[in-house]
Design a protein around this ligand. Structure first.
Ligand SMILES: [Zn+2]
Length: 212
């Protein structure tokens, strides 16, 4: 069992070790943050954003929720995207899922889990669309893992279809959305080769002209 004092002690050692390497590190960060990446990932404790990609404090702007879902009515996630794109002017948005995601698995089961069922509903809809293809896979694990990939691909589209991202492209701002997935079993983070970096990659029905 860990207790709070252990975490406080860990923190003191961590801050001290960074100070030894670069005495100006925290002073520089305190003045401003200039991350080039927005990470949208799962809340799962086994998927720590910075550690996985070897980034220091200040390098990643991060939003995490259960099953890395991007909904067009979620003010929390949309506010993070808006601030990252409009104010911080990140160059890349990394939507990162992970294999064996409990949220994705829950959305595939015929059982209630409570309030979370509503949050995961769009993944259940996605599973319904892909149910025949997914059912071809031999094991439950393989089926969940495929849905984890399909969920990332869907969320990349959802990010790209926001008016926030579309308006950045209308302004000529360089911005790319990438779909990635992390393997809890092997620690490897890989690209799903799903990249959207302009309006021409969106279906016509989702391309929106700015107001005015
Ligand atoms: Zn997860």
């Amino acid at each position: 069992m860990h207790d709070l004092q252990e975490l406080l002690d860990n923190n003191a050692r961590w801050a001290e070790s960074i100070n030894e390497r670069d005495p100006e590190f925290f002073a520089k960060l305190a003045r401003q943050q200039t991350p080039e990446f927005l990470w949208i990932g799962c809340s799962d404790a086994r998927v720590p954003a910075n550690e996985i990609v070897g980034m220091l404090p200040g390098d990643l702007f991060v939003h995490r929720n259960v099953a890395n879902v991007v909904l067009h009515t979620d003010l929390n996630c949309l506010s993070v995207i808006q601030y990252a794109v409009d104010v911080l002017k990140v160059k890349h948005i990394l939507v990162t899922g992970h294999y064996g995601c409990g949220g994705v698995r829950a959305a595939m089961q015929d059982q209630q889990f409570g309030l979370i069922d509503g949050w995961l509903r769009s993944i259940r809809d996605l599973y319904y669309v892909h149910r025949h293809d997914v059912a071809q896979l031999p094991t439950e694990e393989a089926q969940v893992d495929r849905m984890c990939e399909l969920n990332v691909i869907q969320q990349v589209s959802n990010v790209a279809q926001t008016t926030i991202v579309q308006n950045a492209w209308h302004r000529g701002q360089a911005l790319s959305i990438h779909g990635c997935i992390y393997g809890i079993k092997d620690g490897r983070w890989k690209s799903l080769d799903t990249n959207i970096s302009g309006l021409d990659q969106l279906p016509q029905q989702y391309r929106l002209r700015p107001i005015g």
